[in-house]
Design a protein around this ligand. Sequence first.
Ligand code: RB5
Length: 140
Amino acid sequence: MIGIGSDHGGFELKQEIMKYLESKSIEYKDFGCYSVDSCDYPNIGKEVALAVSTKECEKGILICGTGIGMSMVANKVDGVRAALCGDCFSAEATREHNDANVLALGARVTGAGLALKIVDIFLNTPFSNDERHIKRISMF
Ligand code: RB5
């Protein structure tokens, strides 16, 4: 189960991503927001991060205007390793090296086509399980 959330800035990209997940038969839970009305990204970011932290969701996807606020909020929650990605290389590397469990996207920065590729890579790239990466992750 993938937890997904956005603020108003990420609402439209979230709709695209949910359509994409449906087309791949990937189960998700939408934590809001549910319209383009202005709202506070920390509330939604925290909900998705907590769902990942408690293992209700195996991974999370958070979208705001820049992705920055959402990644800051998510990284405050224990056990969450959120990565703001605007390119495919980073999406792959953060799964392989950091075992990132939350992807943050900036809808005002990254177009929908690229964002969907990033989501695909994020969801399908396994953690390397290399000893050095396990050790480094355990250090924070
Ligand atoms: C909302 O205007 C904007 O601040 C938010 O979407 C996000 O970019 C914050 O980091």
